[in-house]
Design a binder for this molecule. Structure first.
Ligand code: GLY
Length: 703
């Protein structure tokens, strides 16, 4: 039975049992900050399982794209060593939201396995949680599985979470029961082989039935749910291997074409023994990369992006062991898309984009990979010559810092030759480097000390509604060529979110200051400028602060144009376009965004025309505040580099654009005037830059 058929048979079976067929959610979770990647079918149903969300169905079935390469469920290091672990896999599942419970879940699973797929019952084993007598009785008395094929496992109190499933550190969880398939004695790892006793491939965990009974809170407490639910998960790759009578997932039709293409590229044959590991790692990793990138992730140095980078670099390194010194991974995207585009049509249009991202990253890492490997080789020589077994943390850090070797890659390489890495030493080096960076920046900040002129709250921004205000100076500091002032309140916008700081003037009795820049430093808004007249220390009473209104208006036009530009780029190029930086000045704007190839002249033309069309529509621009959670729910675009508080400000341009933004904007797009592209270029891997201007001419009277 082909994998495509198994997937369809499963979903149809549960549809027949009154389950709603729900499409897979993206591998990048949309609204769950506790997860970097979707790691189970239940993720998208989390609130329904907890009884916190009502849906118009109480039973669901899905085939979910999952990535397990970080956090609680992380199989990265097992990949390639076993026949059954993956970073990316598909999970078939059926779910009950306070509807049926253990009995039906077990009966459905058994019927599907033995009557639909017709697996031989005597090869199916069952595991239940240590004291789950209820599940045991259902399997034993109701279904008729003999006691010798039912195993009790796990003990949460003792820290053994076997047969107790949870999504992460918090959320829905409960005891579970698994159906395992005995692949036969010839797969056994020896006398100690057995369920819960070893990690070999003989007893293949096929299907996990979770009896969701608790909500785990961050302090680890388990709160019983008012209505228990069901969450099940069966790895498609594993059941495909069983149905196709092969002993490894990598021999199924989900992997064979990828491995065949690899054999072509590296001009070597694959074998399922230990020598085949690089093939398995690469085939697995390219699937994870393809799905993650297609769903909007990008390699970077943090969080999710760093997991992507680690997976990619790991694959590159294994490529080297197959003699691949040129980029090659990207050539495997084609076979992945060919196999998977039917169930996941979103892959089709991303095919070239994904290949390009991967190729660019491969080229980049390729530049330092060889030097890094050389450094590693030398470090190993030194360690071995001195009869030691541990690579110093300092060397691992150098590999990380200078050659881009993720720590786990170095650990992997060390383990392969029976060495270990001094992890503590590595983290110590990392800490030292951070301290050095911090000290350097603190030194700059403290060069000039502040003088307090008046006490009280400071830096309240009133500039959305006022361009002029009466203010009091709270503190000042002088340098030879400038003066910095912090005020009680201010109409001056401090540089943020790409928008430049306001300019203007401060005037009081006998005092005149020209403000040339405004920016934030810690929690204060600093007005930097020149003292034109008077002595600040003797300044009595209040001053009048007036911003340069024309400059502010010109900046606002460019800022609103930037939001339109982002909206249009997403329409023209695709939803993967995300702002990665910007500059909004009175005379120009610059917008950096994620995209992997230069824009064609046609695309540029469309972008410019489309922004101008939206300007002519004179769409009203409004702003409002809401919670970060609500903003996310509304699908507002946020700029990843930025930190947001609980309350956020949203800027809305009709139906065209909704962005988290603290900047100043025009009241309607018509005020922008005209939008002209100036240039388009690449600034780093996967990041393009557009520069543009807006031209505003005051309508001339014709009378
Ligand atoms: N959510 C069930 C599993 O991942 O096994």
């Amino acid at each position: 039975m082909k994998a495509d058929e198994i997937r369809e048979t499963f979903l149809a079976y549960f549809e027949n049992k009154g389950h709603r067929r729900v499409p897979s959610s993206p591998v990048i979770p949309q609204d769950d900050p506790t997860l970097l990647f979707t790691n189970a079918g239940m993720n998208q149903f989390k609130l329904a399982l907890l009884g916190k969300e009502k849906r118009d169905y109480s039973r669901a079935t899905s085939c979910q794209k999952c990535i397990r390469a970080s956090g609680k469920h992380n199989d990265l290091e097992e990949v390639g060593r076993t026949a059954r672990h993956h970073t990316f896999f598909e999970m078939l599942g059926n779910f009950s939201f306070g509807d049926y419970f253990k009995k039906e879940a077990i009966e459905y699973a058994w019927e599907f396995m033995t009557e639909v797929l017709r697996l031989p019952t005597q090869r199916l084993w069952i595991s239940v949680y240590k004291d789950d007598d209820q599940a045991y009785a259902i399997w034993n008395s109701r279904i008729g599985v003999p006691a010798e094929r039912i195993v009790r496992l796990g003990d949460v109190q003792q820290g053994d979470e076997e047969n107790f499933w949870s999504m992460g550190d918090t959320g829905p969880c409960g005891p579970c029961s698994e159906i395992l398939f005995d692949q036969g004695e010839e797969m056994s790892c020896g006398p100690h082989c057995g369920i819960g006793k070893c990690n070999c491939d003989r007893y293949l965990e096929l299907w996990n039935l979770v009896f969701v009974q608790f909500d785990r809170s961050p302090d680890g407490n388990l709160t019983p749910l008012p209505r228990p639910s069901i969450d099940t998960g069966m790895g498609l790759e594993r059941i495909a291997a069983v149905m196709q009578k092969v002993q490894s997932n990598f021999q199924t039709d989900l992997f064979r074409p990828i491995i065949a293409e690899m054999e072509e590229i590296v001009r070597r044959g694959y074998s399922s023994g230990p020598e085949g590991m690089p093939f398995r790692v690469i085939a697995d990793h390219v699937r994870a990369l393809t799905f993650a990138l297609a769903d909007g992730a990008l390699p970077s140095n943090e969080g999710r992006g760093y997991v992507i980078r680690r997976i990619l670099r790991r694959a590159c390194r294994f490529g080297r062991t197959l003699g691949m010194t040129e980029p090659f991974l990207y050539r495997l995207v084609g076979p992945v898309v060919d196999i998977m585009a039917r169930p996941y049509p979103e892959l089709k249009e991303k095919r070239e984009y994904v290949a390009l991202v991967i190729k660019t990253e491969e080229e980049r890492f390729g530049e330092t990979l060889d030097q890094g490997l050389e450094l590693f080789r030398k470090a190993v020589q030194v360690v071995q010559a001195s009869g030691q077994k541990t690579i110093p943390g300092r060397e691992a850090f150098r590999l990380y810092d200078t050659y881009g070797f993720p720590l786990d890659l170095t650990v992997d390489m060390a383990e392969e030759i029976g060495l270990q890495v001094d992890l503590e030493g590595f983290h110590e080096e990392m800490k030292l480097q951070k301290q050095r960076a911090k000290q350097a920046s603190r030194f700059r900040e403290e060069e000039n000390q502040w003088t307090i002129l008046s006490e009280g709250p400071h830096s309240r921004f009133i500039g959305y509604d006022h361009e002029r205000a009466t203010v009091v100076i709270r503190r000042m500091r002088m340098a030879t060529d400038y003066i910095d002032l912090v005020l009680d309140q201010t109409p001056f916008y401090a540089e943020a979110g790409g928008q430049v700081g306001d300019r203007g003037e401060l005037r009081g009795e006998g005092i005149e200051i020209e403000v040339t820049d405004t920016f934030r430093s810690a929690d204060a808004v600093v007005h930097r400028g020149k003292l034109l007249k008077g002595n600040i220390r003797e300044a009595k009473g209040s001053l009048t602060a007036q911003i340069d209104s024309q400059r502010r208006s010109a900046t606002a036009r460019n800022h609103t144009a930037t939001h339109l530009l982002q909206a249009v780029l997403r329409q023209v190029l695709g939803e993967h376009v995300r702002q990665s930086g910007s500059l909004v000045a009175p005379d120009r704007l610059r917008f950096d965004f994620t995209h992997f190839s230069p824009l064609s002249p046609k695309e540029l033309e469309r972008v410019e025309a489309s922004v101008n069309a939206k300007i002519r529509e004179d769409i009203p621009v409004s702003t409002f505040e809401t919670s970060l959670e609500e903003a996310r729910r509304m699908g507002a675009l946020a700029f990843f580099g930025e930190k947001y508080g609980e309350r956020v400000r949203l800027v809305k341009i009709g139906k065209e654009s909704l962005e988290l933004c603290g900047g100043t904007h025009v009241k309607a797009t018509g005020q922008i005037g005209q939008f002209r592209l100036v240039s388009e270029s690449g600034i780093s891997a996967g990041i393009r830059r557009i520069e543009a201007v807006t031209l505003f001419s005051t309508p001339r009277s014709t009378g």
